[in-house]
Write a protein that binds this ligand. Structure first.
Ligand SMILES: Cc1cc2nc3c(=O)[nH]c(=O)nc-3n(C[C@H](O)[C@H](O)[C@H](O)COP(=O)(O)OP(=O)(O)OC[C@H]3O[C@@H](n4cnc5c(N)ncnc54)[C@H](O)[C@@H]3O)c2cc1C
Length: 387
């Protein structure tokens, strides 16, 4: 990451994340991928550096930083391991949801423990029958005295089984998004269980599984925002996703930058047809396109993060644009980096094929890139109509 133009604080934040990533993530990334090891101990070390509650308020243990700092942190971490960085992004999203939408009591009791990762959090929106159309979710939370009783299945949940708390969007009212509330559910709640860890293309250093609720009884004050949170869950989930989208895009950027740097070193050192591959004009064209895509991605990402920080009226659209463009472009860069390695790129030990596998899912989750186009297209249509 080019730190030119950053002030001292911004530079220290980005450098701290990069140093941590180089020392604690990079040496183990391939092994964690191969053994499907979820490094919770290393995540807690990241939390000690303030990376588990990055843009949460400091009165409850958050780091009080900006989204712009956040995307630089996630780029730096994912330069070493996009999978571990991406999980930390999801945890940050949950922590922010509690800090921003929780009651004073929820903030005080949960955020400090989330910030230290004494509690690790998962985000539970998707269901087997409701992915892109999340507003149609069917998990029910029925009020019974001082409790709610949850029934339903959440699909593809990152961290499922390993996390300590689950931020669960469930239906407390009628059909549609306004009938949804958010709950913070503890792992040891009777009636809560987990499916088998999914066997995936990438993201192997974090578990993905179903989260199953069968008569899971939680206290009424588990509803995020208390009684004000009734029917507010879908909005809370979508607010969380604005930040989630730019963070996941930052994870694509870091991974793609690492793949690019590996490819650049490879073509410099690889001799063919009597010279370095770096001297081939077509190889330089490929590098030119890749470097341009990385710079364009970073520019758009920083713009979207600043928009979120500043409450820009187009922040939702800008976050969707950044998510769509950066995750698509950076996947192409990573794939091209693999190509530039020739057959070696296909071998695990060079580390590029892992990046390609890890980055592929960023085009699918936190809202697919087709749904990003739906979001952007909707706002463009409204803008065009108004002119
Ligand atoms: C590894 C992994 C981890 C995940 N982690 C989490 C998690 O922690 N928490 C969580 O809640 N979810 C998680 N997800 C779920 C993820 O967010 C969903 O998979 C995603 O939102 C898409 O939903 P779906 O899979 O049901 O696809 P569908 O919604 O069924 O979509 C299928 C296809 O149709 C397209 N499509 C759908 N609607 C439209 C439309 N209106 N216009 C154009 N195209 C459309 C989609 O873009 C997609 O290409 C994870 C998924 C994976 C694979």
């Amino acid at each position: 990451m080019d730190l030119h133009g950053l002030d001292d604080d911004e530079r220290v934040i980005a450098e701290t994340a990069a140093a941590f990533a180089e020392k604690r993530l990079a040496p183990h990334a391939l092994e964690w991928d191969a053994t499907k090891h979820f490094p919770t101990d290393v995540l807690r070390e990241a939390a000690e550096l303030g990376m588990a509650a990055i843009y949460c308020n400091d009165d409850v243990g958050g780091s009080g930083l900006r989204r712009l700092d956040g995307v630089r942190i996630f780029e730096a971490l994912s330069y070493a391991d996009p999978t571990v960085a991406a999980f930390l992004s999801i945890h940050n999203m949950c922590t922010w949801m509690v800090d921003t939408h929780g009651t004073a009591e929820q903030r005080k009791s949960l955020v400090p423990r989330l910030a230290s990762m004494e509690l690790i959090a998962s985000y539970c929106l998707t269901e087997p029958g409701a992915g892109s159309d999340a507003g149609a979710l069917r998990t029910r939370a029925v009020r019974d005295g001082d409790s709610y009783v949850l029934d339903g299945v959440k699909q593809f949940i990152s961290g499922a089984g390993a996390s300590d708390v689950y931020v669960v969007m469930a239906r407390t009212g009628g059909d549609g998004p306004r009938g949804i509330s958010a709950f913070v559910v503890e792992k040891d709640t009777p009636g809560l269980s987990f499916g088998a860890d999914e066997y995936k293309m990438g993201w192997n250093a974090q578990p993905t599984a179903q989260v199953v609720f069968e008569g899971a009884r939680v206290p009424a004050d588990a509803m995020l925002g208390g009684s004000d949170g009734e029917g507010a869950g879908f909005g809370i989930a979508m607010n969380g996703l604005n930040g989630g989208r730019i963070n996941i895009a930052a994870c694509s950027l870091g991974g793609a930058q690492a793949a690019y740097d590996k490819a650049a070193a490879y073509v410099r050192d690889r001799v063919a047809f009597g010279g370095s591959l770096l001297d081939e004009p077509t190889i330089r064209f490929a590098l030119a396109d890749m470097a341009t895509a990385l710079e364009a991605s970073r520019s758009l990402l920083w713009r979207a993060a600043s928009a979120l920080d500043d409450g820009h009226p187009d922040k939702v659209t800008l976050c969707a644009m950044a998510k769509r463009y950066v995750t698509d472009s950076c996947f192409t860069v990573a794939d091209q980096a693999l190509q530039l390695h020739g057959g070696y790129g296909y071998l695990n030990e060079y580390g590029v094929e892992k990046i390609v596998r890890d980055l592929r899912v960023h085009r699918i989750l936190e809202g697919t890139n087709e749904i990003m186009r739906v979001v952007i297209g909707r706002s463009e249509a409204a803008r065009i109509r108004a002119t």
